[in-house]
Structure formats: structure tokens, C-alpha cells
Design a protein around this ligand. Structure first.
Ligand code: 13P
Length: 255
């Protein structure tokens, strides 16, 4: 049985001292449970110190991006091998903020996913439509296309896991999530793409589809009530330890 997962994406919002302060408080109040995994994704700069703080705690570490090569002359880039070395288990890839501000293409996302898997990291592949794409009625097509391009030709080895995060771009940071029914529908569409590509059993056991976009402690239960929603990727509501812990506790109450 796959566990549900809640992932904190701190983006560029918590500096090193703030990250340290968060973890110091969070480890005191967070109670791990059998149903749920919790992941913190600080900035690259804070990874090492957060890793030390999380040692022997049942809280996982993730990065917000990685490069598609392991090493070499790539000034300023961060190797997935280095992330693994620091204790990361997860890495966010193709977040819409990187797709729009850093012009990351589907090909870049695909290469990063492969590089992450080579290191035994779990890629969190972000997909989602913009408001304009939605208004054109292209939502499902856009999402299917992004997922397909990210996983084209990919095989999952026995130990590999994958996460697809559906994040409608237009609700990120808006305070207004999409209706959980709508997220469930899009997750079904994504699951079908995954099943068409991998073996159904592989998808069932090793791929999780999670929702992101204005998730908070007041709506998390509504999302988790749906069968195809395996977790959440949380931005704003993950920046304070009490708020994030409360969100996880709410989610844990859903069967
Ligand atoms: P918010 O939860 O702030 O809408 O951010 C979502 C997000 O982009 C997580 O990756």
C-alpha cells in the first residue's frame, strides 16, 4: 500500500536561519504516522543544514530542482548526485515557476527526470495548465502532453518511484484552490496516461499523483477524500511549522 505524501515547497521564501528555525519547531510537534510521508524542500543552500537537523527523524528531504547531468562544466548548476549525497530522497522537477521564469521546456524536464532516477531520487514532476489554456478548453490536453513528454521512453526499475504533481498554474498562490472534484478528474486523466505508458501494477505501486495549488488546512481533507489524489504539494501553507503540521494532521484523519 502506497503512503500518501505531503510535500512542503518553500520556494525562495525561507532563508537559511528561517529554515533552521522552522525545522527546530517542526520536529518537536510533528508526529509521524503509518499513512503519511512528510517532505521538506528548502533552497539548495539550506539543504545540508536541514539534512543534519532531520537526521534520525521520519521526515524526508527534497530539493526544488536539479541539473540533467551528474557532473562537469556546468557553472551554477546542481547535480542530482550531489543532492543524493546530501541526503535528499525527492526532487521537484519542472515547477511552473521554472517553466515560466527559467523557460524550462518539456525536453529539459524529461532529461532532469531521467537524471534524478539514475541517482535513485524520486522525481516530483510538476504539470498544469495556465488560465489561458483552460479558457481555450485545452486543460486535459496540456496536462496529458506534459506528462507524456516527461516520461516518454522511461522505464522504472524495481526500486524507482515517481510522483506527478498536478498544479493548475492559475491557482498557485491565489488562495483559491480548484474544486477537489476537478482535481480528481485531472488526476484520473494523468493516471490513464501513466497506465498507458507503464504497467498498471507499476503505477499502482510506485507512482503517486498529488495536487498542488492553494492547499491549506481547511481544504486538504476535501482533496484527500478522493481516490486518485495521493498527496499534496504545498507552498504558502508550508512556511510556518504549526500551520504545516496542522495541515498534515487534518490530512491524516482521512481514511
Ligand atoms: P501555494 O500552495 O502557495 O499555492 O503553492 C503551490 C505550489 O506552487 C507548490 O509547489
Amino acid at each position: 500500500m502506497k503512503k500518501k505524501i505531503i510535500i512542503a515547497n518553500w520556494k525562495m521564501k525561507l532563508m537559511s536561519a528561517e529554515s533552521a528555525g522552522f525545522v527546530e519547531e517542526f520536529v518537536k510537534i510533528y508526529k509521524s504516522n503509518k499513512k503519511m510521508e512528510a517532505v521538506l524542500c528548502p533552497t539548495f543552500i539550506s539543504l545540508q543544514s536541514v539534512a543534519a537537523q532531520l537526521k534520525d527523524k521520519e521526515i524526508f528531504l527534497g530539493a526544488q530542482d536539479c541539473f540533467w547531468e551528474e557532473d562537469g562544466a556546468f557553472t551554477g548548476e546542481v547535480s542530482p548526485k550531489n543532492l543524493k549525497e546530501l541526503g535528499c530522497r525527492f526532487v521537484i522537477i519542472g515547477h511552473s515557476e521554472r517553466r515560466s521564469h527559467l523557460l524550462e521546456t518539456d525536453e529539459v524536464v524529461h532529461n532532469k527526470v531521467k537524471a534524478a532516477l539514475r541517482q535513485g531520487l524520486v522525481p516530483i514532476i510538476c504539470v498544469g495548465e495556465t488560465f489561458e489554456e483552460r479558457q481555450e478548453g485545452a486543460k486535459d490536453f496540456v496536462v496529458m502532453n506534459q506528462v507524456t513528454k516527461a516520461i516518454e521512453g522511461l522505464e522504472l526499475d524495481a526500486e524507482d518511484q515517481l510522483i506527478v504533481a498536478y498544479e493548475p498554474v492559475w491557482v498557485i498562490g491565489s488562495g483559491q484552490a480548484v474544486a477537489p472534484e476537478e482535481a480528481e478528474h485531472t488526476h484520473q486523466v494523468i493516471r490513464q496516461v501513466l497506465i498507458d505508458h507503464f504497467e498498471p501494477a507499476t503505477v499502482k505501486e510506485r507512482v503517486r499523483i498529488i495536487y498542488g495549488g492553494s492547499v491549506d488546512s481547511s481544504n486538504i481533507k476535501d482533496f484527500f477524500a478522493f481516490q486518485n489524489i495521493d498527496g499534496a504539494l504545498v507552498g504558502g501553507a508550508s512556511l510556518e511549522p504549526e500551520t504545516f503540521n496542522n495541515l498534515i494532521q487534518q490530512a491524516s484523519q482521512v481514511n
